[in-house]
Design a protein around this ligand. Structure first.
Ligand code: ADP
Ligand code: MG
Length: 258
């Protein structure tokens, strides 16, 4: 039996469980470019980790390696004790890890509900009726049940991103990765997406979120990682990060965005 206790941020960290994400000395090259340079990270179940850093520092590359969208080429990654070693366990990893992108990536020719039921029926072999029932519950949870039979192009950006979150949740992942989920949204739609993410954090979901939304980070993050030149140069609490960033690049970055 693992203990979980709500934190000040409302998340539910299980500190005595094994880490759900375990990254050791991970490297990634694109040709001769060294994009990840020996990254180490352990994330406990229920933790909400916000990843920030300058453009080009490797944030997207890093979270893409965690669900093997980009294979890493040095070091070890395990997710829920499943090693990402290229040995045919990709499906298992992708069932564990949901991902939400800046650009929504919904299938334009499928309705909202079809977008959500596609993977559960194909990959998890859930019946269509069960997948639709659960899909409608998820749409209710993200506040857009009435949009179920529309096509993505008929929805606002904020609504599309909430569909993308519901679609990822339909696979019942243990970890959710978000790569700048609100960066492509008009300002008035950012809050509706962040509110869904806050609610998800409160349910105990483990989340790794690349975002420059500092209000969200302060309110919801248990930890902040600051990336610079392919590595984590600061790994600390939001309070410590904002009050007294240790790294010169982090100070410079904060002075620009705050
Ligand atoms: P961030 O998300 O922090 O802005 P990225 O992880 O997207 O940074 O990129 C890190 C570095 O790796 C950048 O210099 C980028 O140009 C390079 N990079 C990312 N993806 C590729 C790719 N597919 N091919 C070549 N270089 C890439
Ligand atoms: Mg990026």
């Amino acid at each position: 039996m693992t203990q979980s206790s709500p934190t000040a941020t409302g998340s539910q960290i299980r500190r005595d469980a094994p880490p759900i994400i375990d990254v050791r000395d991970v490297h990634k090259h694109f040709g001769s470019f060294h994009a990840l340079r020996g990254v180490n990270l352990r994330v406990q179940p229920g933790e909400v980790v916000v990843v920030i850093g300058p453009s080009g520092s490797g944030k997207s590359t890093f979270i893409r390696t965690i669900n093997a969208l980009d294979p890493h080429d040095g070091g070890q990654i395990t997710v829920d004790s499943i090693p990402l070693d290229g040995k045919g366990n990709l499906d298992a990893i992708r069932r564990e890890v949901g991902m939400v992108f800046q650009s929504f990536n919904l299938f334009p020719h499928l309705t909202v509900l079809e977008n959500i039921t596609l993977a559960p029926t194909r990959v998890r072999k859930t019946s269509k009726a069960d997948a639709e029932k659960r899909g409608l519950e998820l749409l209710r949870r993200v506040g857009i049940e009435e949009q179920a039979h529309k096509y993505p192009a008929q929805l606002s950006g904020g609504q599309q991103q909430r569909v993308a979150i519901a679609r990822a949740l339909a696979m019942e992942p243990k970890v959710m990765l978000f790569d700048e989920p609100t960066s492509a949204l008009d300002p008035e739609m950012i809050k509706e997406v962040l509110d869904v993410m806050k609610e998800l954090a409160r349910t105990g979901m483990t989340m790794l979120v690349v975002t420059h939304e500092m209000g969200f980070a302060r309110e919801v993050a248990d930890r902040i990682l600051f990336f610079d030149q392919g590595n984590i140069v600061e790994d600390t609490t939001p309070e410590a990060f904002y009050q007294n960033p240790q790294h010169e690049r982090a100070r410079a970055f904060l002075s620009k965005i705050l």
